[in-house]
Design a protein around this ligand. Structure first.
Ligand code: PAF
Length: 256
């Protein structure tokens, strides 16, 4: 694996996995999937300040460079790109707006977050010019929004990777206390047991360590509240344990 600091050193027509580092088995599964699309698998690590509405959250975001290099190499990344702030955001760079869908659910609780995500993804795509890019289903609203700006880049969706108790892998999980980590499994139980929003919220309320932000059934293409005739319904959940924000989702009709 080559570690590069400038996009000019990257191969063209690659399979691309953008990340913010703190890599774990979930990222490794994205790299493995990427290998099916190109012999050149490019991963980027850039902790994007524009998508953190809260400076403390940015400061606390885990950074594990040595482990990241090991995980990326073992999972088949051929080029690990560590761009500088000035390569991603040169003077006068263009900001991208996520529009109305960027202001609801995650966007409501994290104002400006999706504008920041789309701005960096647009910039990363322009610099890498990949054939395909892989994103995890765990950040479902992010995934749907990225599809709206992908243009010529084919977006590949990768399933959420879970621990044995169902907790979705996330770089933020390492900030949970041991008790908080156990409590986090309530989200998976709620998503797999509930057939109505009331049931979803009731299961979540049974765990006192969990503070609810939202738990809704939505139309997954529009992120509006699901109606009786909605074709693709997805349950989306967000909340906090130990002050750590956790999100997860599951299609309703296709549940584990
Ligand atoms: O999902 C992430 O890790 C980030 O939001 C992304 C897509 C790498 C953009 O910074």
């Amino acid at each position: 694996m080559k570690v590069v600091t400038n996009a000019s050193e990257l191969p063209s027509a690659c399979a691309f996995v953008p990340t913010m580092g703190a890599l774990h088995a979930g990222h490794a599964s994205l790299f493995t999937l990427a290998k099916k699309y190109s012999e050149n698998v490019v991963a980027s690590i850039f902790v994007n300040p524009l998508q953190f509405e809260n400076q403390e959250d940015l400061a606390q975001y885990p950074r594990t460079p040595d482990i990241d290099i090991e995980i990326a190499a073992a999972a088949g990344v051929t080029h690990l790109w560590l761009p500088s702030q000035s390569e991603i955001y040169p003077q006068g760079f263009t900001k991208q707006s996520a529009g109305a869908m960027g202001d609801i659910y995650e966007g409501k609780s994290r104002p400006g977050h999706f504008d920041g995500v789309l701005t960096v993804v647009r910039r990363l795509f322009d610099l890498v010019n990949p054939k395909v890019a892989i994103f995890g289903e765990k950040d479902f609203q992010q995934l749907q929004l990225i599809k709206t700006i992908a243009d010529s880049v084919e977006i590949i969706t990768a399933p959420t990777i879970r621990e044995s108790d169902g907790v979705a892998l996330s770089s933020r999980n390492i900030r949970l206390s041991a008790e908080g980590r156990v409590a986090a499994s309530v989200i998976y139980r709620a998503l797999t047991q509930a057939t109505t929003e009331d049931e979803l919220r009731a299961v979540l309320a049974s765990e006192s360590a969990f503070t609810l932000d939202y738990a809704d059934f939505i139309d997954e293409t529009t992120f509006t509240h699901a109606q009786m005739d909605t074709q693709k319904v997805r349950a989306v959940v967000a909340g906090w344990i130990n002050g750590v924000r956790l999100i997860d989702n599951m299609p309703m009709g296709n549940r584990a």
